[in-house]
Design a protein around this ligand. Structure first.
Ligand code: HEM
Length: 652
């Protein structure tokens, strides 16, 4: 790092750091998060050490992730090298803060005093391996350790992207701990916290990296600033949606807004609005005319870093501030609440399929952004005078709407309680959504709408085209492999501990959603995909694959319908549900759905394959006709000549 860069980095850290420490202290004092505990108080050092160290952890982790994301998506080789020291130093600080926070949380949770005896380290080990909070914090330490090593050792283009993904994975354990760890509204709490931390890291960390390394009035700095500005726009959307949804599930009454926790939330919303205005100013006034307005831009950035510091401090204090008390806490939990954390939804009637919703901010954002970004791509093509068929746009938008419904509507609201509804959601996710998304040809749209980078850096276009051309993509998009993956995943999932993991654990459930969506997409893409793909199997192969899948679905569904035992009996059988079918009958209905709901999209795919086959035949015939017209049917002549010669030879 040059001297200037070191100075700039220290300036950025000072701006964010001091503002953050000031607001975390004020937040802890106001919110009461550092007040002495009634029982086994760990003492002021631990009570104040925890928020301060957590703040350093949040800031250093955000800087490491933001720097790596900026490096992977904005910088060319030389710029990635200049960013590397910021990434590895902040990762090293993250590691130190994370390990310290782990120990402080152990001291606070166990009420034991710090000592150097074997009991203390045994206690720490027990905390890390047997206690959920301890395992989550230990996971964050391990990921920080790996990232601090890999950011030093590997600086190649692809490794920067891998490091960024690895570092971002370090956010998950923190999203799953803290207030989000309570069972009530667990899915919303964890998914919105994850969105919050991802948005904050890219936004705050990216700006610290930009200020530290690219503080200049040059045209090149302007290019990097505009690329960061696009990342910041998405980060702002993520932070706003997740902040509001996280806050919403923690306020039980409107009057809770006037509680300490509520007022700190309002404080954060004000800071977010201020940051949003800075962002708008950047995008509308400064970024577009950067060379002329650079000085103004960097001045505004110093203010922005300070406000971000204030919000980071307040957020960290908020996470350690007692929540408003809800009356529901004193009502004995029902069996469904003991298992899922949430009460049973209302009885499943026809109307309930439309009226009952269980919003998930993460998947709702994915679906809405999936539509918005796609339509923006179509607009870019249209503005350029290029065509993009509605026959692609409409199914894509419908696919995202169905994805929104499956992950936020009745399928999501009932899937934990009723096996049958779980199966409907599963089949819609792995079959119906892909059958609608694949004809949308997203890779083709991206590669046409986004201009290729010419400066050695990689944008979304370059990373997606790289990903679809990797040997791994070549292998898993092989129709046979995709078909086997699709079919066997079903059996592997329901008849192994994976089903219990996906039902009882949040991470397991998210994995299930992503896995079946991707497996379904790859299978449908291999059969009717419009996007470029390495394999082009003949139509007979495609039809055989489809028949095989249909048969498999039928056997799987029939197997479930005739199942004598209940899958996850201690879960679906212990819900205490007083309405609807008994769990075993409900499971059989699930089997029927696997068969029925699974077959419908397969029939649609078969119709599409047959239509494509028919059309390609027509095209082929027209081509042969044109060729015959051009060459006077030379091929037929040669064909006849061959038979003539054969008959002459036979006569001889
Ligand atoms: C509309 C504005 C925002 C709202 C409503 C909001 C709300 C929240 C909520 C509810 C939490 C969880 C606290 C808990 O665990 O109980 C949180 C955590 C956090 N927020 Fe925000 N937030 C907003 C904006 C921001 C912004 C702009 C930043 C920083 C740039 C930020 C930084 C943080 C941090 C660092 C945490 C703590 C994470 C932790 O230590 O667990 N938030 N926020």
């Amino acid at each position: 790092m040059t001297q200037t860069q070191v100075t700039r980095t220290l300036q950025a850290v000072t701006l964010v750091g001091f503002a953050a420490i000031a607001s975390v202290v004020i937040g802890m004092l106001y919110g009461g998060g550092a007040a002495p505990l009634q029982f086994s108080d760990p003492g002021p050092v631990v009570r104040w050490g925890q928020p301060i160290v957590k703040l350093v952890l949040n800031l250093s982790m955000a800087t490491a992730i933001g720097t790596l994301v900026l490096s992977a998506f904005a910088g060319n080789t030389e710029e990635r090298q200049r960013l590397q020291p910021v990434a590895s130093w902040s990762a090293a600080l993250w590691l130190a803060a994370s390990a310290t926070y782990f120990v402080l949380t152990y001291l606070s949770a166990s009420g034991t005093a710090l000592s150097y005896g074997p009991e203390f380290s045994e206690g720490l080990w027990l905390f890390a391996t047997q206690i959920e909070l301890g395992s989550l914090l230990a996971a964050n330490v391990v990921i920080a350790l790996i990232v601090s090593l890999t950011t030093m050792a590997f600086t190649g283009t692809r490794m920067v992207a891998v490091n960024a993904a690895l570092a971002a994975a370090g956010l998950y354990p923190l999203a799953e701990s803290g207030h989000a760890s309570s069972d009530v509204g667990h899915t919303i709490a964890v998914n919105s916290m994850l969105m919050h931390l991802v948005g904050i890291s890219v936004w705050v960390g990216g700006l610290v990296a930009l200020y530290s390394v690219f503080y200049a009035n040059s045209e090149r700095a302007g290019v990097l600033v505009s690329r960061y500005s696009t990342l910041a726009l998405f980060a702002f959307i993520l932070v706003a949606i997740s902040g509001v949804s996280s806050g919403y599930i923690r306020l039980y009454e409107p009057s809770d807004l006037l509680s300490q926790y509520g007022l700190m939330l309002i404080g954060k919303s004000v800071l977010l609005i201020a940051l949003g205005l800075f962002g708008a100013l950047h995008r509308l006034k400064l970024v577009s005319d950067f060379a002329k307005r650079a000085t103004g831009f960097w001045k505004l950035v110093t203010l922005e870093l300070t406000v971000m510091g204030l919000a980071m401090g307040l957020g960290t204090a908020l996470a350690l501030t007692p929540l408003p008390v809800s009356d529901a806490e004193f009502v004995p939990p029902t069996p469904a609440q003991l298992l899922t954390g949430d009460p049973l939804p209302p009885e499943l009637t026809e109307a309930a399929w439309i009226t009952v919703w269980d919003p998930d901010p993460l998947w709702a954002t994915i679906a809405v952004l999936g539509i918005a970004v796609y339509l923006y791509g179509v607009k870019v093509l249209r503005d350029r005078g290029d065509k993009w068929p509605l026959s692609r746009t409409i199914p894509w938008v419908m696919g995202m709407i169905v994805l929104f419904y499956v992950t936020n509507g009745a399928p999501h609201a009932y899937q934990e309680y009723l096996f049958s509804v779980h199966m409907v959601g599963h089949m819609m996710l792995s079959m119906l959504v892909p059958v609608l998304l694949v004809p949308g040809a997203p890779v083709t749209l991206l590669s046409r709408a986004q201009a290729p980078r010419t400066d050695g850096s990689k944008g979304l276009r370059e990373w997606v085209l790289w990903a679809v051309h990797t040997p791994y993509a070549w292998f898993i998009s092989q129709p046979i492999v995709a078909g086997l993956n699709f079919a066997l995943s079903l059996v592997m999932f329901y008849y192994t501990p994976l089903f219990r993991w996906a039902t009882e654990e949040h991470l397991g459930h998210q994995w299930m959603l992503v896995h079946f969506l991707i497996v379904g997409y790859l299978f449908v893409q291999s059969l009717i995909g419009v996007d470029p793909q390495p394999h082009r199997p003949g139509y007979p192969i495609k039809l055989m694959l489809l028949i095989g899948t249909m048969a498999f679905h039928a056997f799987f569904g029939l197997g479930l319908m005739n199942e004598r035992g209940l899958l996850l009996a201690d879960w679906f059988g212990s819900m205490g549900r007083t309405w609807g079918d008994d769990p075993l009958a409900d499971q059989a209905i699930g089997g029927a759905f696997a068969w029925g709901v699974g077959e419908l999209p397969t029939i649609v795919i078969t119709l599409i394959v047959v239509t494509q086959w028919y059309r390609s035949d027509i095209r082929e015939r027209k081509r042969l006709d044109r060729q015959a017209d051009r060459t006077g049917n030379r091929e037929l002549d040669e064909y006849n000549l061959m038979f003539e010669q054969l008959s002459k030879r036979d006569q001889r």
